[in-house]
Write a protein that binds this ligand. Structure first.
Ligand code: CA
Ligand code: CA
Ligand code: CA
Length: 229
């Protein structure tokens, strides 16, 4: 292959330069502009962890109810599967008093029933001092009186000799509950009603803790039962 004089001279010059650099020990430094790089960081959002829930409080009675003198305990006569009658008793043993009668049950249910046309009034004082009655049918603690009776005699009202109070939230206030009954003889329907037999049932945590009987006189007011949760 024939190579021209020009090409031969260029090859020689390159070889001489390489030799000269090698002989002189030059160091060739290359400045390199850093290349901007983009780094993608994948951040994994942690899955939301379920927050620990406070344990559901099981409402239980701390002690047997304290009863007023003369109050007697109604021996349980409930029968599983029995028809529930609107009578202030848990006839079918399911822990709810008179379900289906138009008033509610809950973690606490207190039902008063009586046998004459008199106007009896139930008062329930909760551990924080709130008093539920026909005058004050809701408490800040979630209690409610949803069945009032005989306030205006109310001859056409269903179950008009029954009053009912309940708390249906998981955690009713803890402490002492005082259940009182007042025989208001100022009502026209109390005239000549005379001493009246009453039945009071208390259910706590889905279980009837007791049913009680008492004969109350006109104008009498007493604390039938106190219980503690
Ligand atoms: Ca029942
Ligand atoms: Ca019943
Ligand atoms: Ca009443």
């Amino acid at each position: 292959m024939h190579r021209g004089n020009g090409g031969r001279r260029a090859l020689i010059a390159t070889a001489l330069l390489a030799t000269a650099l090698t002989v002189s020990g030059c160091t060739i430094t290359t400045r390199t502009r850093p290349v901007a790089t983009t780094t993608t960081v994948r951040v994994q959002t942690p899955m939301p962890q379920p927050q620990p829930q406070p344990p559901q409080q099981t409402v239980v009675v701390q002690q047997q109810p304290q009863l007023a003198q003369g109050v007697t305990v109604v021996e349980a006569t409930c029968t599983q599967g029995a028809q529930e009658v609107c009578n202030g008793l848990d006839d079918n043993c399911n822990g709810q008093i008179d379900e289906g009668c138009g008033y509610q049950s809950g973690n606490i249910q207190i039902t008063l029933a009586w046998s004459s046309g008199a106007d009896l009034d139930m008062y329930v004082r909760d551990p924080q001092g709130n008093e539920l009655s026909y005058q004050n049918t809701q408490s800040p603690t979630g209690g409610m009186l949803d069945q009032d009776a005989r306030g205006a005699c109310n001859p056409g009202q269903p179950n008009n000799t029954i009053e009912n109070v309940f708390w249906n939230q998981p955690n009713p206030p803890q402490g002492t509950y005082d259940v009182m009954v007042d025989y208001w003889s100022g009502s026209t329907c109390s005239t000549n009603a005379g001493p009246t037999n009453l039945t009071l049932s208390i259910s706590v945590g889905g279980q009837v803790i007791g049913s009680y009987a008492y004969t109350i006189n006109p104008n009498q007011r007493l604390s039938i039962a106190q219980f503690q949760i």
